[in-house]
Write a protein that binds this ligand. Structure first.
Ligand code: ZN
Length: 468
């Protein structure tokens, strides 16, 4: 059974405004100078805040608007915005009215020219239009099934990265083509829940988007083993941002800002900090990194199938020391690098099957065995980052079924990955502590405004909350 709290995100518009206003403080330097001389510049490069659209009622929790700090304006703030229909764009750009608008799907073996002929454009029109479109989209790589919306004055189709290509025929000036960007609106959402058996189940009951949950698991995964440490009655909360396509209402992106977990006995809370837009760090309130030097469980959604220590070997039948841990998971499940480092071995290694080892520093190494496939680029000497996919679960070598055999080595000695003490990652640099604390305050104010579990200070027992 899953209990999800009735009292979900109640974010007042006042608090949202406070959050947004304060965030713009981060907006300094050359960009601020530009902002002073130009019409309202979008610091998040997306649509201007608008009144809550209807589809918000379909979203988990109550959503609020939020502006996101960005250090420089990007192309998306310069490109025109897509419109819901081609008719609308034709009218806006040329003043022409369209009498029809239909959707055509690119068929197998068909090119854009043939499709345009089907929509009723003459050969000359199609070729003039394509001349304008070339250079904006790779016409050879258009996928079968691509939807092209067309009126008698022009057409549009989706390109990469939320962009759309429009080609419009002006009565006087002929064909023109341009790239537009899908308008996106961003909202902050808060979610919380009580775990009955699994975090995944509780999160899906709270309608938390997959992207935000994956980020949450990754951040918490350094400190918590979700398969073994989480008990019934433990509670979680998160504050995340979601980007929604204003035209279709589709969720296009999510970004986690805060991850909280109340385990029986300990409370954990981690806050995002974007370092110059190049790197994301996660820290507790005091600025201590959430990251450990190594991840204990470099695979998600897996079940511990064999632990470290003496056991009867499943194939030989002899008692033997098992110097690693086994995680059973479906074949093909991605395996990630437990820490950043350099690949020392990659390839077939006897009973280990397809095997990868990584040297993280002078003290720590990790090894991964029985893969079905080693990821591309994972070759001896290659550098990998923590969390990077290095291969996929399989049953190669001496193995009875798909699983990951995982080893941590300390000074070349194999240790129990689940119990070895691992040093934490670095603290936030001293010069960033003040801006980081400011962010913590903002996030906490936002979370507090929802009447949440108040991980940050006050606390309520999950059972009391559930009875509300
Ligand atoms: Zn094993």
């Amino acid at each position: 059974m899953i209990r999800s709290l009735a009292r979900m995100a109640k974010v007042t518009s006042r608090s949202a405004l406070r959050f947004a206003t304060a965030l713009t403080v981060c907006f300094v330097g050359p960009v601020a100078a530009i902002a002073a001389t130009m019409e309202p510049i979008r610091i998040d490069g997306t649509a201007l805040p608008q009144p809550k659209p209807d589809f918000v009622s379909l979203m988990p929790g109550e959503l609020v608007e939020m502006t996101v700090p960005l250090t420089r304006p990007d192309l998306s703030s310069i490109l025109p915005k897509s419109t819901a229909t081609v008719t609308e764009m034709v009218l806006a750009q040329t003043g022409q009215q369209s009498t029809r608008e239909d959707v055509y799907k690119l068929q197998s073996g068909e090119g854009l020219a043939t499709l345009l002929a089907r929509t009723g454009f003459t050969r000359a029109d199609a070729s003039a239009a394509i001349n304008e479109v070339i250079g904006r989209a790779s016409l050879r790589a258009l996928p079968v099934g691509l939807e092209v919306r067309a009126t008698e004055h022009g057409f549009a189709f989706s390109a990469k990265n939320g962009r759309e290509i429009y080609a419009i025929r002006d009565a006087e000036e002929g064909w023109m083509a341009f790239t537009a960007i899908r308008p996106v609106e961003r909202y902050v959402a808060y979610a919380q829940g009580i775990i009955d058996d699994s975090i995944y189940r509780a999160a899906s009951a709270s309608d938390i988007p997959d992207g935000a949950l994956a980020e949450y698991i990754r951040v918490m995964g350094f400190s918590v083993d979700f398969q073994r440490e989480v008990r019934s009655g433990d509670a979680f909360e998160l504050l995340y941002e979601q980007a929604v396509d204003s035209i279709t209402g589709d969720l296009v992106d999510t970004k986690l800002h805060y991850a909280g977990l109340m385990l029986s006995g300990k409370q954990l809370g981690y806050y995002r900090y974007d370092h110059d837009g190049t790197r994301v760090g996660w820290y507790d309130r005091d600025g201590q990194s959430a990251a450990r030097t190594l991840i204990r469980t470099p695979i998600s959604g897996a079940r511990l199938s064999s632990s470290f220590g003496m056991r009867r070997h499943p194939i030989s039948g002899y008692n033997k020391m098992h110097k690693g841990v086994d995680f059973a998971a479906p074949s093909g499940t991605p395996i990630i690098a437990a820490g950043s480092g350099v690949i020392t071995k990659s390839g077939w290694l006897g009973a280990y099957g397809r095997y990868v080892s990584i040297r993280h520093n002078g003290t720590y190494s990790t090894a991964y065995a029985h893969m079905s496939r080693i990821a591309r680029g994972i070759t001896p000497g290659a550098r990998v980052e923590q969390g990077q996919i290095i291969g996929y679960v399989g049953s190669s070598g001496r193995s009875t079924g798909p699983h990951l055999h995982y080893e941590i080595l300390v000074n070349n000695r194999k240790v129990n990955p689940l119990t070895v003490s691992l040093p934490t990652g670095e603290k936030i640099p001293p010069e960033l502590l003040a801006p980081f604390k400011k962010r913590v305050e903002l996030v906490e104010a936002e979370v507090m405004a929802t009447g949440s579990l108040h991980f940050a200070g006050m606390e309520l027992l999950p059972s009391e909350l559930a009875s509300n």
